[in-house]
Design a protein around this ligand. Sequence first.
Ligand code: ZN
Ligand code: ZN
Length: 735
Amino acid sequence: MSRPASKPLPEFAFSAAPRAGILLPRPLKGTYDYKLPIGVDAPRGTLVAAPLGTTEVLGTVWSDAEGGVGDNRLKEAVPLDGQPRLPPQLCDFIDWVAHYTLNAPGAILAMALRSRSAFDPELPRIAYVRGSETPKRLTDARARVLQLMSDGLARPKAAIAEEANVSPAVVSGLIEARALQETSLPEFPPFEPPDPDFARPALNPAQAEAAALLKRDVAARLFSVALLDGVTGSGKTETYFEAIAEALRIGRQALILLPEIALSVQFLDRFAERFGARPAEWHSDVSQKERKRVYRAVMRGEARVVVGARSALFLPFPELGLIVVDEEHEQAYKQEDGAIYHARDMAVVRARIEGCTAVLASATPSLETWVNATSGRYAHLKLPERHGPASLPEIRLIDMRQARAEPGSWLTQPLRDALVASLEGGEQAMLFLNRRGYAPLTLCEACGHKLTCRNCSAWLVEHRYRRRLICHHCGFESATPRACPECGAEGTLVACGPGVERVAEEFARVCPRARVAIASSDTMGGPAEAQAAISAMARGEIDVMIGTQIMAKGHHFPQLTLVGVVDADLGGSDGDLRARERTFQLLHQVSGRAGRAEKPGLVLMQTRNPDDIVMKALASGDRDAFYMRERMYRETAHAPPFGRLAALILSGSDGDKVRATARELARIAPKAKDVTVWGPTAAFYSLLRGQTRERLLVQAGRNVDMQGYLRAWKDAAKIPGGVRLTVDVDPVSFF
Ligand SMILES: [Zn+2]
Ligand SMILES: [Zn+2]
């Protein structure tokens, strides 16, 4: 066997410092060349301290150096102690996301890094175990400590004092007497490993079949995507838990993405019941200190399962074996500020790079996912039955044009009758209206003036409990004026349309003795208060919950049998691409709240368009009829997923400058086959937080290199100071 002779190394290689292209977590164009200390092996992903100007920043070895700069002019980047390293798959993922979303790779890296201290070597904590001596004088307090410590566990001093219920002086005395001996504990308490076989559930045949396919995919360690498609209550969570168990068994990590992580206490409990340990959590309510603990544990492979919001997708998993995107159709997965990306789509990309399985779970999949599943690109795993004895609720439409409520009233007689009957039967009800506050619009009867925000082209929403008019976009608020600010007439301002507060007011007239709670993001102070309301509802301490979409999520209320949808047409007519899909998904989800336990549920939907395709599909329970119509519509319009879209948004405080820049940008748009550029037009909210906004929309065929097209355009554009260009690839909202 002969081998090619290795090339002799050039002599200078021994004296020259190694170099690398370092990526910094900033929105800069690319990498920067740095020297590395001689003799250091720093592969891609190695974290380094890199001097930048007068400061030092955390950077990452990313690529080979570009060269061209002499050693003497290069600064030296020094690998951090212990040489922590981002997994190479994460580096590839960052590059991919940057390319796809047209962001600088450093801007994406910033989402995947923590502050430098997160990578410091661990500082051990001092702790104590039972020592060799037994003190001669053994008080009750001392005896309690020794009894506690006889289990052999190491504890810090304060924990010993607390657990044995003694003063710290007692513990100190025992240390002096050598009855306790010093040892050390890691800085952060370790994560208990979830046990894949802790409590294996009994699955129904459909669940068992889906679970078997997912387990096979996870065990294969290859890229695959499955849509887990099942109605609310069909047992999707139990099914994908089996895929997580399989990932744990083969020694890989798992990530579960949830859209409303703050409201997921029930979810974490379910996880703990199945696996005997809690997962690591990653979302905005997790403290900085806990995030540091989670990040480090993920990076070292010690945290085996993470449950998180969309940003958890950028955690440094070294051995990811499964990503679950629960409620994959939720808009919350789209990040709209900073680097704009869709976490569901990027989860599929990360799974491909990791060579692992992605599970997208939903009762009402996004049309994109549904098309991928029905065309065979994704596995389509269906869970048709509701798990357990509960059956699907009956959905009835109430034609508001016929069953008219009296003027200024929003609850029709059939809905009122059903509410009264439900309460008399000792059951719970929910009224759903996706509008916060008292009234969405305040209008002057004398001159027709509408009260709008001074920073945005949006109406001010009256919040009667707080006696304020509030802009839901920028947070501007003012007291409700006595006189019309336009014509000066007094007593002419009237509230138009309903919000949840106004519906609550009317309901109180219908059922004065019912216990009511209003659930919307502004009536509840935060996740803790929302959780308290959910718990009170679950315990039966509330008769009627009147809420916005924060109540539509998968909470289990066993006594809830009636859901009233106050205005099913809301959101159905904004003319944006996904309005119908969103209305269908939201109302379907809300309906799923009714009749969860043994009692059948009833859903009453008030609508002015009972013949609309969305309403008909909901009432008949024929979900796929809706999807098929929607697919046809999109296909005809060359809309996603049958075509590609990107939005360019120009914004700035100088309106004329923004509009001129938008016109110039449109003028220089590159000509390309199968690409159409629409606009510029004023954005839906043409003024938002004091910024004028103009939009351009790019529509392209499926096979067009959208990124290449946009990059060429962006590179040719000259955006003046004071104007900001934001690119939104695959836009979800059209504001
Ligand atoms: Zn505003
Ligand atoms: Zn007026």
